[in-house]
Design a protein around this ligand. Structure first.
Ligand SMILES: [Zn+2]
Length: 310
């Protein structure tokens, strides 16, 4: 009897999330809309068949797959910069897992977050950002997906709880998609292509993280407007995944409302830094070098690049 009770209670807790057990008055003000509560609110609650540990293990497995298939930027200047930027945003977020951020050498505008704290940002996205705040806005959105555990929550929705079948899913039994065009990199779409509700939530939370880290939150809006314009001019500039985000007009309106209603105007914001400018210059130099040399000397070139900074 007792055992059945505890199993039932555990099942209920999983199904409802702990929030459902709070008294009504404690829920009246949505903590997700209160930036003062960042770090003290459980934004990741909801139906989830994955423990945080399992989620981190899954993310690690998927991240290894990405690193095997994609070409990462190993130049320490941009590589360390992107990781520092992500750590700073993570410190100002609700995230409960350690974060790692790596740069993928690809011209296409894209950034994505794997469950459990693994972030990837394409050089194309860094180059298209005019300020550090813009880049930070895109990363803050991805950090919000991780903090709110969107990947595993989405996978839990409508999925039969059959833990034994999970490894098969990761081995490609699931409809995959190419993160990097032509690279043949397939990742389970479930963990990356989110519902409209989750996208909107990531925008809501990401804006608050951007703001709390001291950046101008309106940079987030500027950046998506520019990417949309670029995409119209040259279709394919942004990845399929990046474009699957909410329609820009609705998104901008929502972000503007949130900036006005939730965030207090600060006397000063970080817009850009000399570090960011240097990172873009460095990426440009690396691209120039690559273009100047025949493609089959790639590995030699990469070695000489890293040597010049050691
Ligand atoms: Zn998103």
């Amino acid at each position: 009897m007792k055992r059945t009770d505890s199993i039932l209670r555990a099942a209920l807790a999983i199904a409802l999330g702990t929030g459902a057990l709070l008294p009504l008055d404690a829920q009246s003000k949505d903590p997700k809309k209160d930036p003062d509560q960042i770090g003290n609110r459980d934004v990741g609650k909801g139906v989830n068949f994955y423990s945080l540990e399992k989620e981190m293990a899954l993310g690690k497995q998927l991240a290894q797959e990405v690193e095997r298939e994609a070409k990462l930027v190993d130049d320490p200047i941009p590589a360390e910069f992107i990781n520092r930027l992500a750590q700073n945003l993570a410190r100002n977020s609700d995230i409960k897992v350690p974060v790692t951020a790596k740069m993928i050498d690809s011209d296409q505008v894209n950034a994505f977050a794997l469950p459990g704290g693994f972030l990837f940002v394409n050089t194309g996205l860094v180059m298209k950002a005019e300020t550090e705040a813009e880049l930070a806005g895109a990363i803050a959105h991805e950090i919000a997906h991780i903090a709110a555990r969107h990947g595993t929550r989405q996978a839990s929705r409508g999925q039969i709880v059959d833990i034994a079948s999970l490894p098969l899913i990761f081995l490609g039994g699931w409809p995959g998609f190419a993160v990097r065009q032509g690279a043949g990199l397939a990742l389970p779409l479930t963990f990356l292509k989110f519902s409209r509700g989750f996208e909107q939530e990531a925008d809501l939370l990401g804006l608050q993280y951007l703001y709390k880290a001291g950046y101008d939150p309106t940079a987030f809006i500027d950046f998506f407007e520019r990417i949309e314009a670029l995409e119209k001019k040259k279709p394919g500039t942004a990845s399929e995944l990046f474009r699957s985000h909410p329609k820009t007009a609705t998104r901008i309106q929502y972000a503007q409302t949130n900036v006005q209603e939730l965030l207090q105007q600060q006397p000063q914001y970080v817009v850009t830094t000399s570090e960011f400018i240097e990172v873009k210059r460095q990426l440009e130099r690396n691209m120039g070098r690559r273009k100047a040399a025949p493609s089959n000397t790639g590995p030699t070139l990469r070695r000489s690049t890293s040597l010049s900074y050691s």
